[in-house]
Design a protein around this ligand. Structure first.
Ligand code: NDP
Length: 319
């Protein structure tokens, strides 16, 4: 039986990945910064809370990382722990940089230090590309980060690439474009849109306040994105992959789709709030996930309308 260590198991991707690896027969251990205090609500929602072992680990504290690695002895590590909000990164740049760049470096060093045969998946981000314009970004597209979060993710990406080349570690980065699910917290705009649209449909008199809705992104379905993470570590060679649907839409399309799903016209309920604009934003994020399809046999099945519908349905069922 293989053992997987999921750093950041309490988050959206951590919970879905744990569910996937349990189905595949793995022994799954997950970490939180404070496993005694965390509610692990997402694991409970998926009904797998009792099937995973949990440890406290702070990625920025090398001793804590080393201790957990030595105790758990994982075959595979999935590094998903991070201050993961682009918006929040403008207000917490140091925490963002340290949790992502120092955290990833500590993991790489701990693997090297123990000398154990451990494969590492690192959660990279499409935010590293910045504005892609009409040219779809692939694994060779240069990074032009436009937020403290993206700067940190770019640093972590190159750390992983460097340790792979310099020390022969089996380490991969998935450059994932946005992926959503009912487990997305409400501070992310997509879940905010879904929950507000559902409340309005149930009679709430509120408006939905949003920042720039012309921004274009590639939105996918989180439960199938974690399959790509798993596949990267099963491949013969460690490598980096863009993971996306390959279809770009405006945030306005997401909003319109959500309101249509609950039988309303979005233009009657959405107001612009200038305070929600970011100091620097990405106008267009466009992806070319061809390498993942060719080398991993991975392809997104769900596109934006499916993602919105499944999030609305989950909300209506009280999931
Ligand atoms: P979440 O925010 O849902 O989960 C991340 C986990 O990291 C949290 O549950 C938390 O665990 C831990 N964490 C939060 N803040 C910090 C911090 N300051 N320092 C250390 N750990 C922290 O993220 P997702 O599951 O959505 O994403 C997983 C990874 O993938 C993240 O690294 C994210 O940046 C990246 N990513 C996500 C994308 C998406 O669209 N979802 C797109 C591209 C990349 P705890 O509180 O228990 O310690």
């Amino acid at each position: 039986m293989k053992t997987a260590l999921i750093c950041g198991i309490s988050g959206q991707d951590g919970a879905y990945l744990a569910e996937l690896l349990l189905k595949k027969g793995y022994s799954v251990c997950g970490t939180s910064r404070d496993a005694q205090m965390s509610s692990f609500q997402n694991l409970s929602r998926l009904g797998i809370r009792e099937q995973v072992k949990l440890e406290s680990m702070i990625l920025t504290d090398f001793r804590s990382v080393l201790q957990v690695l030595t105790k758990v002895k994982p075959d595979e590590i999935y590094n998903l722990a991070a201050q993961s909000s682009v918006g929040l990164s403008f207000n917490q740049p140091v925490e963002t940089l340290e949790s992502i760049a120092t955290g990833t470096l500590n993991l790489l060093e701990a693997i090297r230090f123990t000398g154990a045969d451990i494969k590492l998946y690192n959660a990279g981000s499409s935010e590293c590309f910045g504005n892609t314009g009409e040219l779809a970004a692939d694994e060779n597209t240069p990074f032009r980060p436009r937020s403290p979060y993206a700067v940190a993710k770019s640093a972590a990406f190159w750390e992983v690439a460097n340790y792979r080349e310099a020390y022969g570690l089996f380490a991969c980065s998935g450059i994932l474009f946005n992926h959503e699910s009912p487990l997305r917290p409400e501070r992310f705009v997509t879940q905010k849109i879904i929950t507000t649209a559902c409340r309005i449909a149930q009679g709430s008199a509120e408006k939905l306040y949003l920042g720039e809705i012309s921004v274009r992104r590639d939105w996918g379905w989180a439960p199938e994105y974690v399959e790509a993470m798993y596949k990267m570590l099963q491949h013969d060679e460690p490598d980096d992959y863009v993971i996306a649907t390959g279809k770009t839409s405006a945030l306005q399309d997401f909003v319109a789709e959500a309101f249509t799903c609950v039988g309303l016209n979005w233009e009657d309920y959405v107001e612009t709030d200038q305070t929600l604009y970011r100091p620097t934003d990405i106008a267009v994020g466009r992806a070319n996930p061809a390498k993942a399809q060719e080398k991993l046999g991975w392809q997104a099945q769900y596109k934006l309308p499916d993602v919105v519908r499944m999030m609305v349905e989950a909300r209506q069922k009280g999931f």
